[in-house]
Design a protein around this ligand. Structure first.
Ligand code: ADQ
Length: 454
């Protein structure tokens, strides 16, 4: 069996210090453990060392490099988080176009290629992850690598007309053709990619995902990422989750809990969600004191101005909503800016009557799947899901909403809170079955099988 080489911006292989891992890390480490191989990436530290530091823990080897300050600014904070992330989430107004960012992005990808290439053996399968590393495959080919190279995009692929706003769009997409297999989260992103290839590159789409441009044929597939469903469900009934569940039940005092859990990011639609919840409170006075929204949102990317802006806005909005509606014994919105261990989150999800997942645009959104996995089969909560989350392609029994519409969100909250047990069960069951079937191991297998197939 070929070894697997995983390359991503940040390495999530287990270390002696790391606590419980997320689903993606669990799946990739399991794959690495069974095939052998290495997980390469940035250490997250600023430094000048370009030699990778290898560490093996629990049967998995990771290799990390530091990045100089300028690279962190131009590659990570810059091109990745201020150019590609907003653009790929349809936020042209937040997208910054700086030549220095683009230069830093290429430089870091080239250095990664130089550093990693000597450690790749002839039969290794190489799997590169996400928008930070799009040109890496091209740089690896420059170093003479003939291995099977795969790339998976965790975020949406933008519509052609939007992508062409990027000065070097063609160069970026051409670099993708260094890979043998490209994976997208949904059929929709795959089709928008096809559209670019046909319109802008004169490419041809063949059978079984084959794409030919200028004599080079690669394969592009839709391969939706899953969660570690069984483990997450077991977690939801374990001791740590049960104590979080009890804590929520006690502090809810009989009120229905609506839960939101997101990284604090403008793509997650938190501002619009608060507006929708406010609309619900305005139009359902009878429900006051019977319901509350708990929004958990740990800050992320705080060095980027647009993230500081959204945080300030949400602080102000949560204050305004509570100021307008709270009573001496009821706070309608609990807004918490910290992360929680996965089992604790699982217990909180289980205690919730409604899961509110309303991103404005999201590659997949794993919170939606975690919420479903954590529910009590005999008394499941209701998922309200944005039509613009990649997961909406799979979770069709959720209450699907337009996240931009406060009325839509308010109506869905009212409908979810009034839903009968029978309807809740009949909506939850197929979603749960789908999540178990298409879990994160299914996802790694599907991608790696496509990658291994010549
Ligand atoms: P993210 O944008 O980070 O990922 P998401 O899919 O929602 O978004 O994953 C977030 C993960 O972080 C979940 O596992 C969640 O439990 C965890 N998390 C969120 N808030 C937390 C908190 N307060 N405490 C602890 N954990 C918390 C990107 C893409 C997504 C895509 C994933 C995976 O943007 O669209 O689904 O990659 O491909």
């Amino acid at each position: 069996m070929s070894r697997l080489i995983v390359i991503s911006n940040r390495v999530q292989a287990p270390t002696e210090e790391s606590g419980s891992q997320g689903g993606l890390a669990v799946a990739l480490t399991a794959a690495l453990r069974s095939t052998g191989g290495v997980w390469f990436g940035w250490s997250g530290e600023v430094g000048e060392t370009t030699e990778p530091r290898f560490a093996t823990f629990d049967g998995v080897t990771s290799a990390t490099v530091d990045l100089p300050e300028q690279d962190v600014e131009e590659y990570y904070d810059g091109y990745a988080n201020r150019t590609l992330w907003p653009l790929f989430h349809y936020r042209l107004g937040l997208t910054e176009f700086e030549r220095d960012f683009e230069g830093g992005y290429e430089r870091v990808n080239r250095v990664f290629g130089d550093v990693i290439a000597p450690h790749i053996e002839a039969e290794d399968l190489v799997w590169v992850h996400d928008y930070h590393m799009i040109p890496l495959g091209w740089f690896l080919r420059q170093r003479g690598l003939t291995n099977r190279l795969g790339f998976f995009l965790h975020i949406p692929w933008p519509p052609t007309r939007l992508l062409t706003a990027l000065p070097q769009h063609r160069r970026l997409v051409e670099a993708l053709f260094a890979y043998d297999v490209i994976g997208f989260q949904t059929q929709e992103w795959l089709e928008t990619f096809h559209d670019y290839v046909v319109r802008e590159m004169g490419g041809a789409i063949g059978e079984d995902g084959e794409i030919t441009v200028g004599g080079r044929t690669i394969r592009a597939i839709a391969c939706p990422i899953g969660i570690d469903a069984k483990e997450f469900m077991a977690n939801a009934f374990g001791p740590e989750a049960s104590s979080a569940f009890d804590r929520m039940v006690t502090s809810s005092m009989g009120r229905s809990l609506i839960i939101g859990v997101d990284r604090l990011d403008y793509s997650k639609g938190l501002e619009e969600r608060f507006n929708g919840y406010q609309r619900y409170l305005e139009t359902h006075e009878d429900a006051h004191s019977n319901v509350y929204l708990l929004q958990i949102a740990p800050p992320s990317r705080a060095s980027v101005q647009s993230y500081r802006d959204i945080r300030e806005k949400l602080d102000a909005m949560s204050g305004r909503i509570n100021g307008a509606f709270a009573d001496i014994d009821w706070v309608p919105l609990r807004y918490v800016n910290q992360g929680y261990p996965r089992p604790v989150l699982a217990g909180i999800y289980r205690a919730a009557r409604v899961g509110l997942v309303t991103p404005l645009r999201d590659g997949m959104n794993l919170v939606a799947k975690e919420f479903i996995a954590a529910q009590d089969p005999e008394d499941p909560g209701v998922l309200i899901l944005s039509r613009f989350a990649g997961s909406a392609e799979q979770l069709q029994e959720a209450l699907i909403v337009n996240p931009y519409s406060p009325d839509d969100i308010a109506d869905a909250i009212a409908r979810a809170l009034a839903m009968t047990l029978d309807e809740r069960k009949s909506r939850w069951r197929p979603m749960f079955d789908g999540i178990v079937k298409h879990d994160v191991s299914w996802w790694t297998d599907k991608f790696c099988t496509a990658l291994a197939a010549d």
